[in-house]
Design a protein around this ligand. Structure first.
Ligand code: FAD
Ligand code: NAP
Length: 325
C-alpha cells in the first residue's frame, strides 16, 4: 500500500477534473488525479466534437481528452490509474480517500469530478449502434441529423427538451414514450404538442435498435405496443435515448448533501459543497447543462476556490477577501 500526499486531490478525469488539474498545477498545488474506470470521461465514448471552443475543424472526443491529459501532466499533475472506493469527509482537511488498489490518498482539498452517466435502455443494438445513429445527447449530436428523421425515447423534461431542440436540425421528431402521459412540465408539454415537426407515439417500448454498425448505422427500431402487444418496425435515421442521467455519487451518499436526483448540492454559483475544502465540478453537480465546456468551466472554478481555501481566505469572487473559513 502506498500513501499519496497532495495539496489537491482530484477524483475523476473528465473535462472538469483536467481543467481543475491544469489550474491547480499552475497554482503550485501539485495535484494528484485519480482517473477512475473511464480515463478521460464521457467524451472518450463519442467521436465528433464540434462545440468545444478553439477548434475550427471537427475534433474527436478521445483525442481532446488525450490533449487535456497531456496539458495537465505537462504543468505538473500526477495522474494515477486507480478508482476511489472510500473517502472520509467528516473529519475535515486533510481528507483521506482509499483507492481500489488499496492505496491511500490524502489531500488538503478535494475536487470531486466524477461526472454522470446517461441511462440506457439496455436493449439489443443500443451499444453497438452508439455513435452510429444512437445517442444520449441531442446538444452534442443533433447537428449530425440535419434534414433527417429522428426519434427521442423518454417522457420527462429531458426527453421533451431534446425533442424540441432537435427540431432545429431534423426534418421530423417522434417522441416515443412507454406510457400514455408525460411527466415533463406542463409548459414543455404544451410546446411539444404545438410543434408542427413533432409527433408522439404513446405506450411504446423499444425492443431493439436495428441497423449496420459497420455501414449505414441505425435504420429502424423495433417497437412493441404495450396496450396491444403488437410489434412494428419504426424507420428512423437517429434515436436519442433520454430516460435520465445517473450522477456518480454513490461514494458520497451520507457524506455530502445530494439532491433528489443524486447530484451533489453546491452553493449556488460556486463549486463549494457544505464541507470547507471539498469542491464539486462538472456533471456531478450540474444536471442542467452537462457539456464539456461547462464541466471544464466549473473545474476551473473549483481550482481557483481551492487555491483561495488553502491560502486561508474565504472565496469571494466579487473581489472581497474575508476571514478564513
Ligand atoms: P465525465 O466526463 O463524466 O468524467 C467523469 C470521470 O470521473 C471519469 O474519468 C470517471 O472515470 C471518473 N470517476 C467516476 N467515479 C470515480 C471514482 N470513484 N474514482 C475515480 N474516478 C472516478 N459535451 C460536449 O460539450 N460536446 C459534445 O459533443 C459531447 N458529446 C457527448 C457524447 C456522448 C456520447 C456523451 C455521453 C456525452 C457527450 N458530451 C458532450 C457531454 C460531456 O461528455 C460531459 O458533459 C462531460 O464529459 C462531463 O465532464 P465531467 O468531467 O464532469 O465528467
Ligand atoms: P426523469 O424525469 O426521471 O424522466 C425519465 C423519463 O424516462 C420518464 O418519462 C420515464 O418514464 C422514462 N424512462 C425511464 N426509464 C425508462 C425505460 N427503461 N424505458 C423507457 N422509458 C424510460 O428524467 P429527466 O427527464 O432526465 O429529468 C431528470 C431531472 O432533471 C428531473 O427532476 C427533471 O425535472 C430535471 N430536469 C429539468 C429540466 C428543466 O427544468 N428544464 C430539464 C431536464 C431535466 P415514466 O414517465 O414512465 O417513468
Amino acid at each position: 500500500m502506498t500513501t499519496h500526499r497532495t495539496k489537491m486531490l482530484i477524483i475523476g478525469s473528465g473535462p472538469a477534473g483536467y481543467s481543475a488539474a491544469i489550474y491547480g498545477a499552475r497554482a503550485m498545488m501539485a495535484p494528484i488525479m485519480v482517473q477512475g474506470l473511464q480515463p478521460g470521461g464521457q467524451l472518450t465514448i463519442t467521436t465528433d466534437v464540434e462545440n468545444y471552443p478553439g477548434f475550427r475543424d471537427v475534433i474527436q472526443g478521445p483525442w481532446l481528452m488525450e490533449e487535456m491529459k497531456a496539458q495537465a501532466e505537462h504543468v505538473g499533475t500526477e495522474v494515477v490509474w486507480d478508482t476511489i472506493v472510500d473517502i472520509d469527509l467528516a473529519n475535515g482537511s486533510p481528507f483521506r480517500a482509499v483507492g481500489d488498489s488499496g492505496d491511500e490518498y490524502i489531500g488538503d482539498v478535494v475536487v470531486i469530478a466524477t461526472g454522470a452517466q446517461a441511462k440506457w435502455l439496455g436493449v439489443p443494438g443500443e451499444m453497438e449502434l452508439g455513435g452510429k445513429g444512437v445517442s444520449a445527447c441531442a446538444t452534442c449530436d443533433g447537428f449530425f441529423f440535419r434534414g433527417k428523421r429522428v426519434a427521442v425515447i423518454g417522457g420527462g423534461n429531458t426527453a421533451v427538451e431534446e425533442a424540441l431542440y432537435l427540431t432545429n436540425h431534423a426534418s421530423h421528431v417522434t417522441l416515443i414514450h412507454r406510457r400514455d402521459s408525460l411527466r415533463a412540465e406542463r409548459i414543455l408539454q404544451d410546446r411539444l404538442f404545438a410543434h408542427p415537426k413533432i409527433s408522439v407515439l404513446w405506450n411504446r417500448v423499444v425492443e431493439s435498435f436495428e441497423g449496420d454498425p459497420a455501414g449505414a448505422g441505425l435504420t429502424h427500431l423495433v417497437l412493441a405496443d404495450r396496450a396491444t402487444g403488437a410489434r412494428e418496425d419504426f424507420a428512423t435515421d437517429g434515436a436519442f435515448v433520454a430516460i435520465g442521467h445517473a450522477p456518480a455519487t454513490e461514494l458520497f451518499k451520507g457524506k455530502l448533501e445530494l439532491d433528489a436526483s443524486g447530484y451533489i448540492v453546491v452553493e449556488p454559483g460556486t463549486p463549494k459543497t457544505a464541507i470547507p475544502g471539498v469542491f464539486a465540478a462538472g456533471d456531478v453537480m450540474d444536471h442542467t447543462y452537462r457539456q464539456a465546456v461547462t464541466a471544464a468551466g466549473t473545474g476551473c472554478m473549483a481550482a481557483l476556490d481551492a487555491e483561495r481555501f488553502l491560502s486561508g481566505l474565504s472565496v469571494d469572487l466579487h473581489g472581497h477577501a474575508e476571514a478564513a473559513e
